[in-house]
Write a protein that binds this ligand. Structure first.
Ligand code: GDP
Ligand code: IMO
Ligand code: MG
Length: 424
């Protein structure tokens, strides 16, 4: 057996949560491998909407196990809140033995969030637009070999380790100015740590490989998107983890040869939240319309998402980086009613026509060159069979497939579980 990977091919919020939930009945285990509560994965079914930050999106499927992998960074306060909210909605993954957590996953401390905020406020105009969840500072402590891990909470000297790290953070924070009072947050943190300790801890590398040895199926769930990858995204306007397929290996403890299908998910247009280059961004009424119709407001921060047309050079790049074997197109319904749709096929960059993302895209603008495509008028949200797909939408899907060379296997036409079509 192999581990299939589902990941975002744009700047996040492609609909990963929805599609993982749809696919989860096919899998025995759903495993998050990177990112943290900067993620907001939305699922809808039975007229209910759920937003998950840390918990894998297989949690609503009765037979599926869920693992928070070692590559994830965990804010115990947020995780506790997520689990309590689920319990209120009638789902209790801990009681149902459906959730395990890697003891090698790193912890986000209250002071990591203060460092995130301090760093962002110092950057002024050039700020990343981080979610302020402490993601960057936590990964910095991980690679800087200072971090605290979930397994450390079980050690007798956990508090000493915590104090040592917080003192280090305080000395850094002092350089930024006055250190805000975080005593309440700290109290909540330690309460949440006690809660965290009730979730079974595992070594994700052994856990996932054991599933494979037993012939069980595993889906690795990505967070963020390929263009936010710390190595290959629009650096420095990226997140602090490898969001691409390789991240599934390091974030769970599986060998590259154990990767099976790579399912790449993209919106029928583009969005981005936070700072950084976005070649096809629309600053006009059309952009506003996409935001309104697509409800393009962040699931985690509520921020308005920037919107624009599909960017094929960026999509091709993301497909190459991830070795994508099949595609999912979401939010096709949002484009209904647009007389014309535009697809960026190249950039005009430094006076040349190119079809790749250039290194210095953050300083030299890459201006989109578009092809015009006929839109469709039909409302897609009630479509149940592929025979009902309007011809113009079918042509748009084919057009993208031809450009990127990978088939679109699923088409999503609304936020609900049932609004999903299998194409081929
Ligand atoms: P994720 O971070 O990739 O899981 O995506 P988010 O949940 O942050 O954002 C996707 C948003 O689009 C959520 O509000 C989903 O409910 C919604 N969504 C997902 N697929 C579709 C779709 O096909 N059509 C529409 N209209 N909304 C969708
Ligand atoms: P999901 O999993 C969209 C963006 C932030 C910011 C940059 C760095 O829901 O797709 P960070 O807090 O990670 O240091 O922020 O990355 N960002 C996301 N944008 N969806 C996400 O997650 C994101 N997670 C981070 O807006 O620009
Ligand atoms: Mg999201």
């Amino acid at each position: 057996m192999a581990v299939d990977v589902l990941l975002g091919l744009q700047w996040g919020d492609e609909g990963k949560g929805k599609i993982v939930d749809v696919l989860s009945p096919k899998y025995d285990l759903i495993a998050r491998f990177q990112g943290g509560p900067n993620a907001g994965h939305t699922l809808e079914f039975d007229n209910q909407k759920y937003v998950l930050n840390t918990i894998p999106s297989g949690i609503f499927n009765e037979k599926t196990m869920n693992l928070i992998g070692n590559g994830v960074v965990i804010d115990p306060i947020i995780l506790k809140r997520e689990l309590e909210n689920l319990k209120k909605s009638g789902f209790d993954p801990v009681a149902a033995n459906k959730l395990v957590i890697a003891r090698k996953a790193h912890l986000i401390l209250p002071t990591h969030q203060l460092l995130d905020a301090a760093s962002e406020s110092k950057m002024g105009e050039g700020k990343i637009g981080s979610t302020l969840k402490g993601i960057g500072p936590t990964y910095m402590d991980k690679t800087g070999r200072n971090g605290l891990r979930v397994g450390d909470t079980m050690l007798v000297d956990f508090k000493e380790k915590y104090d040592r790290l917080v003192n280090k953070h305080k000395s850094i924070l002092a350089h930024y100015g006055e250190i805000p009072d975080f005593s309440e947050k700290e109290q909540a943190f330690f309460e949440a740590i006690e809660y965290l300790k009730t979730i079974p801890q595992v070594d994700s590398e052994h856990y996932v490989n054991q599933f494979l040895r037993e012939g069980k199926s595993v889906l690795a769930e990505g967070a963020q998107g390929a263009l936010l990858d710390v190595d290959f995204g629009s650096y420095p306007f990226v997140t602090s983890s490898n969001t691409t397929a390789a991240g599934a290996c390091t974030g769970l403890g599986i060998a590259p040869g154990k990767i099976g299908s790579v399912i790449g998910i993209f919106k029928a247009y583009c969005t981005r939240v936070g700072g950084g280059p976005f070649p096809t961004e629309l600053h006009d009424e059309t952009g506003e319309e996409l935001r309104k119709i697509g409800h393009e407001f962040g699931a985690t921060t509520g921020r308005a998402r920037r919107t624009g047309w599909i960017d094929l050079p960026a999509l091709k790049y993301a497909i190459m980086l991830n070795g994508v074997t099949e595609l999912v197109m979401t939010k096709a319904d949002v484009l209904s009613g647009f007389e014309k749709i535009y697809a960026c096929t190249h950039y005009e960059y430094n006076g040349e026509k190119i079809d790749y993302m250039p290194y210095d895209i953050c300083s030299v603008p890459a201006n989109p060159i578009y092809e015009e495509i006929d839109g469709w008028n039909e409302d897609l949200t009630g479509i149940k069979t592929i025979g009902e797909i309007p011809a113009k939408l079918e042509a748009y899907v084919k057009y993208i497939e031809q450009h990127v060379g990978v088939p679109v296997k699923y088409l999503s036409v609304g936020p609900d579980r049932v609004q999903t079509l299998v194409l081929n």
